[in-house]
Design a protein around this ligand. Sequence first.
Ligand SMILES: NC(=O)c1ccc[n+]([C@@H]2O[C@H](COP(=O)([O-])OP(=O)(O)OC[C@H]3O[C@@H](n4cnc5c(N)ncnc54)[C@H](OP(=O)(O)O)[C@@H]3O)[C@@H](O)[C@H]2O)c1
Length: 276
Amino acid sequence: MARANGKTALITGSTDGVGRMVAERLGQDGWHVLVHGRDRERGEQVIASINAGGGAAEFLQADISAIAEVRRLADAVRRTTKRLDLLINNAGIGSGGPQGTRQTSADGHELRFAVNYLAGFLLTDLLLPLLKTSAPARIVNVSSLGQQTLDFTDVMLTREYSGIRAYRQSKLAQILFTFDLAQELKGSGITVTALHPATFMNTKMVRDFGTPRSTVEEGALAILKLATSAEVEARSGLYFNGQEEARADAQAYDPQAQQELKRLSLELTGCQAVKL
Ligand SMILES: NC(=O)c1ccc[n+]([C@@H]2O[C@H](COP(=O)([O-])OP(=O)(O)OC[C@H]3O[C@@H](n4cnc5c(N)ncnc54)[C@H](OP(=O)(O)O)[C@@H]3O)[C@@H](O)[C@H]2O)c1
């Protein structure tokens, strides 16, 4: 039986892939786990698996491609728990393969940017007060080694669309956000880190268009290191490649690009920067 440790974690996109394994491991370690995804049936399966291991979990359903749904998810989190010690922004969609065509969200935003980056930006912003009252708390952004410089004249990729470019710019946006937020959160007791979990893990995203080259466990262990290890405790504004600290694309370190992305993100989500 898992022994409750009094801590609560929300893992977005934990109905499948690496997010699911991270949720199950946290459940085994006594965390109260908030499992999130679009599919209720898969969600209930993860809850059953965590409960069977003696853990405690709840499922929160939301399609976070839509801004309104991200807001609804944040409300549901606040209704479900009085504390949040860990937020893992993991939900994501892949490139759509070589033939992938440009898609937009309900809000008219380029879909990969909306799901992989903007949803995590907004969810984090909305949950910062709860994380703050639970501090020390951690935020982990599940990014990727696949990174492409953002062109601020065409973030919505209306010209020369490619799914790979869309995926990569969304993943780099997560890292710019991580580094900028780490500065903002100095002294708050909340740390924020980003990582590439592992290359071509055996998940749906990879199987849809390619051949897996690493296990889901490898990626899950890398995420868990940033989420729970003593080694990374109180360390913020870091990017890891698997279990090793690494350098991200140069744009991630550019304060002007970070500010430009924040300005755009606040405008697109219609939210105010939270002052802690
Ligand atoms: N696989 C790799 O090798 C690899 C490498 C580098 C980085 N990553 C990153 O790792 C993260 C997890 O990827 P994975 O490989 O585990 O993918 P996966 O198996 O396809 O799982 C993706 C998860 O995200 C959820 N999701 C997708 N779109 C959503 C939406 N609009 N609203 C709510 N939930 C949504 C899915 O929920 P549903 O059950 O509703 O579909 C699922 O739980 C992603 O951010 C990915 O970019 C993966």
